[in-house]
Design a binder for this molecule. Structure first.
Ligand SMILES: CC(C)(COP(=O)(O)OP(=O)(O)OC[C@H]1O[C@@H](n2cnc3c(N)ncnc32)[C@H](O)[C@@H]1OP(=O)(O)O)[C@@H](O)C(=O)NCCC(=O)NCCS
Length: 157
């Protein structure tokens, strides 16, 4: 069961540099270069309409989720990762639920995301929280790596 604290990274917060540094280190470890935001993380986060939640355990970042809301109609989950030694303890699920809630309160109609179908843990987690596969996009990440486009719709009544 996840016990870490979920925090929201705030612009100008005193721990910004340390948190970004931890996340960039994880990005480099977890994602291949073409899928990693390691080089552009700082820039991405400074964009308007972009949020980042992270869970902290023993003074370090255990996992993070990045999301954005480009319009009032839809939001995207742009990153989700948990450090290897903290996996299968519920952190990913808690982070994703928290990000969904953040998007929900903006009244968007849909949250979408892309995920490599070979990432079974992530695909299972997204399905568990109600995301459905919309399409398989050939060559999305690289010529030989495809992506599922997945979405979660909200009742807007
Ligand atoms: C995907 C990821 C974030 C899951 O984090 P986690 O903290 O280990 O996940 P949780 O413990 O919260 O598990 C929640 C659900 O995810 C799914 N899941 C997680 N790990 C799984 C695994 N190894 N095999 C199958 N399903 C898995 C299950 O549906 C699980 O629910 P259950 O416990 O009821 O079976 C983590 O595996 C990860 O960082 N993977 C590498 C990065 C990645 O693929 N990111 C997504 C693409 S952007």
């Amino acid at each position: 069961m996840a016990t870490g604290v979920i925090m929201e990274l705030q612009r100008n917060s005193t721990n910004w540099a340390k948190v970004v540094e931890d996340i960039v280190r994880l990005e480099k470890k977890i994602f291949p270069k073409h899928e990693s935001l390691a080089k552009s993380f700082d820039e991405e986060l400074k964009k308007k309409n972009c949020g980042l939640l992270y869970s902290e355990l023993d003074g370090e970042v255990a996992g993070y989720v990045m999301y954005s809301w480009p319009s009032s109609l839809y939001a995207s989950i742009t990153k989700l990762a948990v450090k290897e030694n903290y996996r299968r303890q519920g952190h990913g699920e808690v982070l994703l639920k928290a990000a969904i809630q953040k998007c929900r309160i903006r009244n968007v109609h849909r949250i979408s995301l892309h995920v490599d179908p070979s990432r079974t843990p992530a695909t299972n987690l997204y399905k568990k929280l109600g995301f459905q596969v919309d399409d398989l996009i050939q060559g999305y990440y690289s010529p030989d790596r495809n992506a599922y486009r997945m979405y979660l719709d909200f009742d807007t009544d």
